[in-house]
Design a protein around this ligand. Structure first.
Ligand code: PEP
Ligand code: MG
Length: 315
């Protein structure tokens, strides 16, 4: 029985009526990729590169970053890899960078806002990424905390300059949807971004105005809140208008019912903690995509996250 379960992990997540969902893993270091693959990961949907900085206590230079990205590509053996550009600020403080203190770091210079102000951090990272892409092994780049079109245009411009400098190949450039503004304007942002990955941890925090780290409010910070689901739907619709794909890399992607509901909302890729993969795949295989679409429509009209979760009984 165990052997059968292990065998099933490596099979795709296809619903009973044949709708395929891509299942990826959130993995930061190459030496954790083998475990993710053993759980059934089909690639890495989120490599959080700030951990390269946090782990060492200093800033890894271009060569050290190139080694980290190449090692991840090698560990994935031709499977897709999405690397997130440095996401620092908010809950991810890096002491050795000595950044200015802010009264509201979650509303401050974090993610893409920091990258655009710090070419000394962004340029070496992009050089390492474009050099890694020269191997011909899959690699995409995504940018955190995007709120506007000018940010994407500026980042694309920097990517193009660096691609030319290192004579690298074209790389798909995606954005994270983590701020309500990005979801609300998804149809506009989709003109400029090759794909979307929704960061539901931050999207929930900013939509509900609940600090993601406040234990007192943890139960209320539910990514299945109908307001968050509506923003996910807007993102899916905005992306579809321009033929872009949408994934989710926040914690809710690893919740079996959440994964089913997100699939019903039209999300095409789910990236999660490796150990969550087997249960999510099993859950999706037990569903019909048609039923999930109907479920999603009902969820969008629910009054509370509790009501949304109660829909599981009807699945
Ligand atoms: C998110 O915000 O959902 C996300 C995936 O990014 P992080 O948790 O690293 O902020
Ligand atoms: Mg985030």
């Amino acid at each position: 029985r165990r052997a059968r379960e292990e065998e099933r992990r490596s099979l795709p997540a296809s619903t009973r009526d044949g709708h395929r969902v891509e299942i990826a893993a959130n993995v930061n270091f190459a030496d954790q990729a083998a475990f993710a693959l053993s759980q059934g990961a089909e690639g890495v949907g989120l490599m959080r590169t700030e951990f390269l900085f946090l782990e060492r206590g200093d800033t890894p230079d271009e060569e050290a970053q190139l080694a980290a990205y190449t090692a991840m590509q090698d560990a994935l053996n031709g499977r897709p890899l999405i690397v997130r550009a440095l996401d620092i600020g908010g809950d991810k403080q890096v002491a050795h960078l000595d950044l200015p203190r802010e009264d509201n770091p979650f509303l401050g210079v974090r993610g893409a806002r920091l990258l655009l102000r710090r070419p000394d951090l962004l340029d070496p990272q992009l050089r390492a990424l474009y050099r890694a892409a020269k191997s011909g092994k899959p690699l995409s780049i995504m940018f955190p905390m995007i709120t506007s079109v000018p940010e994407i245009i500026a980042l694309r411009g920097i990517c193009e300059r660096i691609r030319a400098e290192v004579e690298g190949p074209e790389v798909a450039l995606g954005i994270m949807v983590e701020v309500p503004a990005a979801a609300l304007a998804a149809d506009v942002l989709a003109r400029h971004a090759d794909f979307f990955s929704i960061g539901t941890n931050d999207l929930t925090q900013y939509t509900l105005a609940i600090d993601r780290q406040n234990p007192e409010l943890a139960a209320e910070a539910d990514s299945l809140h109908p307001a968050v689901l509506r923003l996910i739907r807007m993102t899916v619709d905005g992306a579809a208008a321009h033929g872009r794909w949408v994934g989710i890399c926040g914690g809710i992607a690893g919740d079996p019912f959440g994964a089913a509901l997100l699939t019903g909302l039209g999300v095409q890729e789910l990236s999660m903690t490796p150990r969550d993969i087997p249960a999510v795949k099993e859950r999706l295989r037990d569903c019909d995509a048609t039923a999930l679409r109907a479920l999603a429509e009902r969820a969008l009209t629910c009054e509370t996250a509790t009501d949304v979760r109660a829909l599981e009984a009807d699945l």
